[in-house]
Design a protein around this ligand. Structure first.
Ligand SMILES: [Zn+2]
Length: 88
Protein backbone atom coordinates (compact mmCIF):
# COMPACT_ATOMS: atom_id res chain seq x y z
CA UNK A 1 0.00 0.00 0.00
CA UNK A 2 1.33 3.39 -0.98
CA UNK A 3 0.59 6.41 1.10
CA UNK A 4 1.23 9.68 -0.66
CA UNK A 5 2.54 12.75 1.07
CA UNK A 6 -0.69 14.46 0.20
CA UNK A 7 -2.80 11.83 1.94
CA UNK A 8 -0.57 11.94 5.03
CA UNK A 9 -0.81 15.70 5.22
CA UNK A 10 -4.59 15.58 4.97
CA UNK A 11 -4.87 13.02 7.71
CA UNK A 12 -2.56 15.00 9.96
CA UNK A 13 -4.49 18.20 9.44
CA UNK A 14 -7.81 16.50 10.07
CA UNK A 15 -6.61 14.90 13.26
CA UNK A 16 -5.20 18.19 14.44
CA UNK A 17 -8.47 19.97 13.82
CA UNK A 18 -10.50 17.26 15.53
CA UNK A 19 -8.10 17.28 18.44
CA UNK A 20 -8.43 21.03 18.88
CA UNK A 21 -12.20 20.86 18.61
CA UNK A 22 -12.60 18.09 21.11
CA UNK A 23 -10.20 19.82 23.48
CA UNK A 24 -12.32 22.96 23.26
CA UNK A 25 -15.41 20.84 23.72
CA UNK A 26 -14.17 19.15 26.84
CA UNK A 27 -12.91 22.44 28.25
CA UNK A 28 -16.33 23.94 27.64
CA UNK A 29 -18.07 20.93 29.19
CA UNK A 30 -15.73 21.08 32.13
CA UNK A 31 -16.47 24.71 32.88
CA UNK A 32 -20.19 24.11 32.36
CA UNK A 33 -20.16 21.22 34.79
CA UNK A 34 -18.10 23.25 37.23
CA UNK A 35 -20.55 26.12 37.07
CA UNK A 36 -23.47 23.76 37.62
CA UNK A 37 -21.74 22.11 40.56
CA UNK A 38 -21.00 25.47 42.14
CA UNK A 39 -24.58 26.66 41.71
CA UNK A 40 -25.89 23.39 43.10
CA UNK A 41 -23.62 23.48 46.12
CA UNK A 42 -24.61 27.07 46.86
CA UNK A 43 -28.26 26.06 46.65
CA UNK A 44 -27.64 23.01 48.81
CA UNK A 45 -26.00 25.17 51.46
CA UNK A 46 -29.01 27.51 51.40
CA UNK A 47 -31.41 24.59 51.75
CA UNK A 48 -29.45 23.13 54.65
CA UNK A 49 -29.47 26.58 56.24
CA UNK A 50 -33.25 26.76 55.74
CA UNK A 51 -33.69 23.32 57.32
CA UNK A 52 -31.67 24.47 60.32
CA UNK A 53 -33.94 27.50 60.66
CA UNK A 54 -36.98 25.19 60.40
CA UNK A 55 -35.59 23.20 63.32
CA UNK A 56 -34.83 26.34 65.27
CA UNK A 57 -38.30 27.72 64.60
CA UNK A 58 -36.96 30.79 62.83
CA UNK A 59 -37.89 29.74 59.32
CA UNK A 60 -39.79 32.51 57.56
CA UNK A 61 -37.96 35.15 59.55
CA UNK A 62 -35.68 37.32 57.43
CA UNK A 63 -32.04 36.58 58.22
CA UNK A 64 -31.13 40.19 57.47
CA UNK A 65 -33.82 42.36 59.10
CA UNK A 66 -35.66 39.84 61.29
CA UNK A 67 -38.95 40.69 59.63
CA UNK A 68 -41.37 38.14 58.24
CA UNK A 69 -40.70 36.62 54.84
CA UNK A 70 -43.82 36.58 52.69
CA UNK A 71 -45.34 33.14 52.29
CA UNK A 72 -45.43 33.46 48.51
CA UNK A 73 -41.71 34.22 48.52
CA UNK A 74 -41.05 31.11 50.61
CA UNK A 75 -43.19 29.20 48.17
CA UNK A 76 -41.13 30.35 45.17
CA UNK A 77 -37.75 30.36 46.96
CA UNK A 78 -38.15 27.86 49.79
CA UNK A 79 -34.45 28.12 50.58
CA UNK A 80 -34.49 31.91 50.73
CA UNK A 81 -33.44 33.33 54.05
CA UNK A 82 -34.28 36.95 53.42
CA UNK A 83 -37.47 38.87 52.81
CA UNK A 84 -38.20 40.49 49.45
CA UNK A 85 -36.81 43.75 50.79
CA UNK A 86 -33.40 42.37 51.81
CA UNK A 87 -33.58 39.42 49.43
CA UNK A 88 -30.93 37.87 47.28
ZN1 LIG B 1 -35.48 41.54 55.43
Amino acid sequence: MTVTDEALKTVELDQGAVGRLSRMDSLQNQSLAKGLRERESVRLALIQEALRRLDAGTYGVCTACGGPVAAERLFVFPESGACAHCGH
